[in-house]
Write a protein that binds this ligand. Structure first.
Ligand code: SF4
Ligand code: SF4
Length: 414
């Protein structure tokens, strides 16, 4: 089955499926992938490392072991951060194998309630948001806080805004636009942080771009694939491809690096076609020579810690771009000693809250070690999910998405 046919049938491209399964067979157990694996660093347990997971998946795919609860924990506690992929000298994608393993393990009976909940919530996020808002208005979300996702929302102290971003206008015009940019909003910005989305719109409009948010956008599908629900993720991919391909936009920009990676790169594996002009906001703004349109404050604006989102650095390869933008605004950058994960890891926060919280504490410790003497004004990152996770614990200074800093310092291009 070729890619187009694969897409027509709503199935993973056969070549991609084979690659995902055959990756573990190629492993020579060198262990390079363990060096930056957050669960390996924290738990020093081979089964919780990238190499351990690859070894277990090889046995699972070759039917040498059966699915089990322990195996579930090893595979579903992977953060899908992608650090391992960047280190394997043979180019094996550990995360592709993890996705494949989750599809296999996810069909176990013990996951049926979780799968149903994920399907219901992410299959139609508008419906889920409306229910959540109704329960919140009725004061019921607190009394339901023993059940996911209310538990996670309570732990993360996430407020549900009255209005989502995409209930507002869908085209933001400017006089004599120099081009048209589409926004892939992503669920976290759309439902939890609409102000971030407005900052993005303001920034793009200030650069003389007309901005469009198509009505047909749905969840990118990453949470569903992460939960082992591949067919459901494919259905969402199909909808987004239909909504964005016909827009004739110069770029599809997202504030969420997970969404950007997923709609550009994972969609190809799922459907044979990706949104190939999808771009991260920092990369796009650097290409736009944005530094010429930023207002650098007269006084030193202070020091900040920049936290690299895993999907940004490991999948999109972005390291210098956000730093260049922040330096152009005069900020002093404080670098933590390692490039650790915030611990959110998509479904890991829902399924393995203890692991997620442990990794969050480790990350905050690394901020303290790097920044205490230099008193950072704030923590800045490029992912709304990292903002959500980090701000659940950091209360003594703001945690911001880079777009909020940029939008506050734009001057309109003449
Ligand atoms: S994706 Fe991250 S957590 Fe998962 S095995 Fe690789 S490095 Fe470890
Ligand atoms: S780096 Fe690659 S070859 Fe080495 S253990 Fe990890 S997956 Fe196997």
């Amino acid at each position: 089955m070729d890619s187009a046919e694969g897409r027509k049938h709503g199935r993973l491209d056969e070549k991609s499926k084979l690659l995902r399964k055959s990756g573990p067979d190629l492993c020579v157990r060198c262990g390079s992938c363990k060096a930056l694996c957050p669960t390996n660093i924290e738990f020093t347990n081979e089964g919780m490392s990238a190499r351990g997971r690859i070894a277990l998946l090889k046995k699972l795919f070759n039917k040498e072991i059966d699915p089990s609860d322990v195996l579930d924990e090893r595979i579903f506690s992977c953060l899908l951060c992608g650090a391992c992929n960047t280190l394997c000298p043979l180019g094996i994608s550990v995360t592709d194998a993890v996705y494949e393993g989750r599809v296999k393990l996810g069909s176990r009976k013990r996951h049926w309630l979780f799968r149903m909940g994920m399907k219901y919530a992410f299959g139609d996020t508008t419906r889920a948001f409306n229910i959540l808002k109704f329960l919140d208005n009725a004061g019921l979300t607190r009394s339901l806080s023993w059940v996911q996702p209310f538990k996670a929302l309570k732990e993360m102290r996430a407020d549900i805004p009255k209005t989502r971003l995409r209930s507002a206008a869908t085209v933001y015009k400017v006089p004599n636009p120099k081009g048209r940019i589409a926004i892939f909003t992503g669920c976290t910005v759309d439902f939890l942080y609409p102000a971030m989305g407005l900052s993005l719109i303001h920034t793009l409009n200030s650069l003389d771009y007309e901005v469009v948010m198509p009505k047909g956008e749905v969840c990118c599908g990453a949470p569903l694939l992460g939960a082992g629900l591949r067919e459901e993720a494919i259905m969402l991919a199909e909808k987004n491809l239909n909504a964005f391909k016909k827009l004739q936009a110069e770029a599809v920009i997202s504030l969420c690096p997970t969404c950007t990676h997923f709609i550009r790169d994972e969609y190809i594996k799922l459907t044979g076609e990706g949104i190939d002009n999808a771009a991260d906001i920092s990369a796009f703004l650097c290409d736009e020579s944005l530094t010429a349109t930023l207002v650098r404050p007269e006084e030193h604006p202070g020091n900040i810690i920049y936290h690299d989102p895993c999907h940004s650095i490991n999948y999109l390869g972005l390291k210098d771009e956000p730093r260049r933008l922040l330096k152009a605004l005069g900020f002093g950058l404080i670098e933590p000693a390692d490039r650790g994960c915030c611990g959110l890891g998509g479904t890991v926060r829902l399924m393995h809250g203890n692991i997620s919280r442990t990794l969050l504490e480790r990350r905050i410790e690394s901020f303290h070690a790097a920044g205490d003497a230099e008193t950072p004004e704030m923590i800045v990152t490029s992912c709304p999910n990292c903002v959500l996770q980090l701000s659940s614990r950091i209360k003594d200074r703001p945690v911001k998405h880079i777009i909020e800093i940029i939008a506050a310092n734009m001057k309109r291009r003449s």
